[in-house]
Design a protein around this ligand. Structure first.
Ligand SMILES: Nc1nc2c(ncn2[C@@H]2O[C@H](COP(=O)(O)OP(=O)(O)O)[C@@H](O)[C@H]2O)c(=O)[nH]1
Ligand SMILES: [Mg+2]
Length: 255
């Protein structure tokens, strides 16, 4: 039997201190029907990110000659996954904040055909080291998405997300600066099924966050407006949020 393919992709900008550790922690064999490959989207890094990724075992590296932004990098990651023949894609930040060991958990609802788009959810799981202002910012932007979608979500800014092939093919990211909110608004509005899986998160100990409050707010809010104004055609599924209970065995589906 020919195996299907999972591609784990990482947007990275100057992550030489972290990316090697993330790649090393990606589980390469966890499902008998799937192979696992690692793709790095290097967004014009000026440090040794590319060399560290290559030595660390990345199967594919795509480099932008100049920094374009995280939204552009994730858009490229989704397109490359399709070009490389992935049946499932999962993005994870290259800064060692999210747990690669939980990739199988985050992908389980997609592998089992219960969801098309998944988050590793920090706020349903465990968070270490997040500052109060970041926590509040996350609550506000998550609440805004919940209101716009009229559905409860827990972690609208997660940097660990899984995608079915169909979701990758149809995802649209309206701005280059970021993807977090507009991607969810876009996919859920199209009717893709979202599931959130609790994960544990540890704020980075090396390198620094790219987020600057003023730039973030003035970029993200207009992009959310633009996304909500753009028409989407709905998929065959009714959009539902599948809340994953901590015990995987007792699944509860909420329409
Ligand atoms: N493509 C791209 N990725 C970036 C940029 N800045 C940061 N990243 C990556 O995006 C991910 C999340 O960035 P980070 O700065 O940690 O954001 P935070 O976790 O929300 O504080 C990491 O993998 C970074 O390497 C950028 O300008 N372009
Ligand atoms: Mg980070």
């Amino acid at each position: 039997m020919t195996k299907k393919k999972i591609i784990v992709f990482m947007p990275a900008h100057n992550e030489e201190d972290n990316i090697g550790g993330v790649i090393a922690r990606v589980p390469r064999v966890f499902h008998s029907h799937y192979t696992v490959e690692v793709l790095v989207i290097d967004d014009g890094s000026t440090d040794a990110t590319v060399q560290v990724a290559r030595v660390g075992g990345a199967d594919h590296i795509v480099s932008f000659p100049r920094n374009k932004g995280l939204g552009a990098a994730v858009r490229e990651g989704l397109q490359q996954c399709c070009l490389l023949g992935a049946d499932i894609g999962i993005m994870i930040d290259a800064d060692n904040e999210y747990p690669p060991e939980q990739i199988p958990d985050v992908l389980a609802p997609i592998i089992e055909g219960r969801a098309d788009y998944t988050f590793g959810s920090r706020f349903k799981g465990q968070i270490r080291g997040m500052k109060l202002h970041r926590r509040l910012g996350n609550y506000v932007f998550t609440l805004l998405q919940a209101i716009l979608l009229r559905r409860w979500i827990y972690d609208g800014q997660s940097g660990m997300r899984g995608f079915s092939r169909e979701a990758m093919e149809h995802a649209h990211i309206v701005h280059d600066y970021n993807y977090a909110q507009v991607l969810t608004l876009n996919l859920v509005r199209q009717g893709f099924r979202l599931a959130e899986i609790p994960i544990s998160y540890q704020v980075r100990t090396k390198g620094q966050s790219f987020i600057k409050f003023r730039q973030y707010v003035t970029s993200v809010l207009p992009a959310i407006y633009k996304e909500m104004r753009s028409p989407v055609s709905r998929r065959k599924h009714e959009a539902v949020v599948v809340h994953e209970p901590h015990d995987e065995r007792k699944q509860v589906y909420e329409a």
